[in-house]
Design a protein around this ligand. Sequence first.
Ligand code: SF4
Length: 403
Amino acid sequence: MTEQTGTATLVRPDAAPGLGCEADAIVTVPLTEERAFAYWQQDIPAEYWALDAAQLTQRVAEARRTLGTRLIILGHHYQREDIIAFADYRGDSFKLARWAAEHGESEYIVFCGVHFMAEAADILSQPHQKVILPNMAAGCSMADMADPDDVYNAWAELEELGIAQDTLPVTYMNSAASLKAFVGERGGAVCTSSNATKVLEWAFAQKKRVLFFPDQHLGRNTGYKMGVPLEQMVLWGWARPYGSMGGRTLDELQQSRIILWAGHCSVHQRFTPQQIAEARQRYPDITVIVHPECRFETVQAADLNGSTEFIARTIGEAPAGSKFAVGTEINLVSRLAKENPDKVVFCLDPVVCPCSTMYRVHPAYLAWVLDSLVEGRVVNQIVVPDEVRGPAKLALDRMLAIP
Ligand code: SF4
């Protein structure tokens, strides 16, 4: 278990003046003082709105003590420090999904992350376990770019065009459970940024082509790394009307190896080759490491790219004195900087914000869901309907079975 601090501080690394995150220090303030409070989950009892950091820490700690081993708290790497402080286990979406599949001990899994992650945990967990998302408004803007109806329509068009028969659908973990089920029913699998290459290799062993959604950048970066030419990865414009072939020609679709959904992560899209050039100018011996949700040209300009687990491991294992400019969510970069004081670690984007939806899991929500469990009430439970769970689990199990 990690130590509880109750506060979060986002520190600009002194070792990299002007290149670190310029965001103001983030400290735990009462929920009502959070800037976006008006847009967050509304039905949390008013008694939690004004609790300060110390009161929240005390509430969470007491509830944890009472619930003991009946409770496990999972924390995604992008969660704020004042949430990670309470996490029993932290990781990226792949690691946390695997954890949920392998551990049936705890009655309650409180998933501090975003909605699609809690859905995946519910699908993979045991029937007696209940998965709880502290704030129901914690979604993912990338996942929202793949509206299930848009995906069904795209597939129907591909069927009409005779393209679907030699295409396997693959969905990034960042998608609704219903889309994981859609993929599962069609022989496809889920992937994460940790295993995208392996999943695409597995897919290409079965079909000529992959429909990859929702993140075009992960799909393109992974395909390119595997040797798929850029011209054989075509972008499907999901906002176009039915019948317009996603803005492609029939020939482009027929020649393609990967049809990329036109979705993206608003956090990772912010990192640019220009930022990398500036980092290199200031530190000629810098290693630039970015997440594959970044744009193609950014990944090409970087030295290394990989999942959050890869980024954390690479920095953690580097010798003292190493320097890293990092292109991923700022809460993780800030934590890596603090955990590696003998290295220079800073965020590539001088004004990058935290992922706004991950950030919505404020400690007041965590205190509320835990207090409710102590009182015998389960609030904010994520329940994937049975008709979705089966085929979605198929797609997740296929992913987990790929060595
Ligand atoms: S960082 Fe991007 S992909 Fe991850 S949850 Fe936030 S919006 Fe979604």
